[in-house]
Design a protein around this ligand. Structure first.
Ligand SMILES: [Fe+2]
Length: 406
């Protein structure tokens, strides 16, 4: 899966201020232009972007799509069957005693910036690539095809964007935006195109990549991220890990047994944030299985933030790494802090000079390199520059950071 050419992909301004509410995501989808606009210093004000949906044809399409998906059943939750030889636990393979893994969140926008980030990922020659979820606007079949699988869409003039696969495989977590279309395209179209090279596809929305020193565990916080219309106001979705995932963590990953490997968690939703809401439920569930602290990479919030070790209440202690800056506009300046005691160590607050005259931050991804018990992490932007780096080691199951720097 490779894309060629640039310059005729979707603009960042078409995704600016995109709401996390399903209805407003459907409205923005209908409002989006069908062809690239002429670049200009006069950008269309984002707060009026959804107004373009208010033509009779577009509003009818919006109503049909929204009602069909919001009141239809979710896709069946896929899990590893007892008779499957593949239980979603895979041995990491590399070369020259080195394993390279690229992590990227909220990448599925179809923008030039997503394309550039994809190219920088390929420049790293990763053995594995992992998308932390969210294909926009609503992760339906047409958007997954164009913004993730690199297939042209005959209904618009935008060039497609293709997820960069690793030489040994590629995986994707489930985000809330894929669930706005009931997860149909995620399970039916994305997963069969992913997984280990020649492995027959990614079987479920959770998995573990492991070796003698490390376990990298992909979790599903997306399936339970969307509630029922209206009722979700009273009973908001808590992104709980499905029971099948908890059983798998016990029975196959054996998280509740003594182990000396370092644990790296991956999820779409953030456990905590200084600037956004917190999703505590998965961390509470995991605290029954892991003593921690762990390294935990998440997306959903569209910026790069490195946190010091932190936890909420009885939840797991974690070194949180927010990397949801893969392809969405990185909004600038920072919002007012919501969780004031959440300790930020580093935040990428550089400005990105773009051809849309938007005041935004830089997109990028995280590059992990495993060498025995050592782990090097580089946070790379769309130009290829590593804005923050850190080295970790694991000893008797305990993570220790041995170096950090720009
Ligand atoms: Fe999200």
């Amino acid at each position: 899966m490779t894309s060629t050419g640039t310059g005729r992909r979707r603009d960042l301004q078409d995704l600016l201020d995109l709401s996390r509410k399903p209805g407003l995501s459907y409205l923005r989808k209908e409002a989006a232009p069908k062809a690239p606009r002429r670049k200009s210093r006069d950008t269309y004000p984002a707060r009026f972007a959804a107004m373009a949906a208010f033509t009779p044809r577009r509003i009818l399409a919006f109503a049909y799509e929204y009602l069909r998906n919001r009141f239809g059943p979710r896709h069946r939750f896929e899990f590893y069957e007892d008779e499957d030889s593949d239980k979603g636990v895979y041995q990491l393979q590399g070369d020259d005693q080195e394993i390279r893994i690229a992590l990227c969140g909220d990448w599925g926008t179809g923008t030039d910036e997503a394309y550039y980030v994809g190219q920088r990922i390929l420049d790293s020659s990763p053995h594995y690539t992992i998308h932390l979820g969210d294909v926009y606007y609503v992760g339906d079949a047409a958007e997954v095809s164009q913004n993730f699988l690199g297939e042209p869409n005959p209904d618009n003039d935008f060039q497609p964007c293709c997820w960069p696969c690793g030489t040994n495989g590629a995986f994707a977590l489930l985000g809330n935006h894929e669930m706005y279309a009931r997860g149909e395209a995620y399970f039916e179209d994305m997963l069969p195109a992913l997984g280990l090279k020649n492995g027959g596809g990614q079987k479920a929305s959770y998995f573990c990549l492991q070796n003698k020193f490390w376990r990298i565990i992909g979790l599903d916080t997306g399936y339970n991220s969307v509630g029922w219309p209206m009722l979700e106001i009273l009973f908001p979705a808590d992104c709980a890990l499905p029971a099948k995932v908890i059983d798998w963590l016990k029975d196959e990953v054996r998280l509740n047994q003594a182990d000396e490997r370092g644990i790296i968690l991956l999820s779409h939703h953030q456990y905590y944030s200084k600037y956004d809401c917190c999703y505590r439920k998965p961390a509470l569930q995991l605290s029954q299985l892991i003593t921690g602290p762990v390294l935990w990479f998440w997306g959903h919030e569209h910026r790069l933030v490195i946190y010091e070790e932190f936890g909420i209440g009885d939840g797991l202690r974690a070194h949180g790494r927010c990397i949801g800056h893969g392809g969405m506009p990185v909004e600038y300046p920072l919002p007012r802090p919501q969780l004031k005691d959440c300790p930020v160590e580093f935040i990428d607050d550089r400005l990105y000079f773009n051809d849309e005259n938007l005041r935004l931050g830089l997109n990028g991804f995280a590059r992990l390199t495993l060498r025995g018990k050592s782990l090097a992490i580089e946070y790379v932007d769309l130009t290829g520059y590593a804005v923050f780096r850190e080295d970790w080691e694991v000893e008797n199951g305990v993570l220790k950071r041995v170096w950090k720097g720009p």
